[in-house]
Design a protein around this ligand. Structure first.
Ligand SMILES: [Zn+2]
Length: 102
């Protein structure tokens, strides 16, 4: 797995410190990363949140609108293009995680 996230966080922290003379202990954490299970191991990979809105049938015959938020993990690093996952575990497309209430 590449080091893009750490390298970008370091570069951003240095840039932020240059732009703000006198500040100290700058810490940058890129957002848009989440845990995924690869070969039975939890790894942190890039992801993009999504919102879904749909009308669901109710048991009494009516309908209700529900909204949820989920995360779609990337197969490749969005910065350098390296594969996050080993070839043998590659799904056909990015696999959305189950939606979380939100
Ligand atoms: Zn990368």
């Amino acid at each position: 797995m590449c080091n893009c996230r750490k390298e970008l966080e370091t570069a951003l922290a240095e840039h932020y410190a240059r732009k703000n003379p006198g500040i100290s202990n700058v810490q940058i954490e890129l957002q848009g990363y989440g845990f995924s299970i690869v070969d039975n191991t939890m790894v942190m990979i890039g992801c993009m949140p999504y919102k879904v809105q749909a009308v669901h049938p109710k048991k009494d015959g009516g309908h209700s609108e529900k909204r949820k938020t989920g995360f779609m993990h990337f197969k490749h690093c969005p910065f350098c293009g390296d594969l996050y996952l080993p070839a043998k575990t590659q799904p056909e497309a990015a696999t959305p995680e189950p939606a979380h209430a939100g």
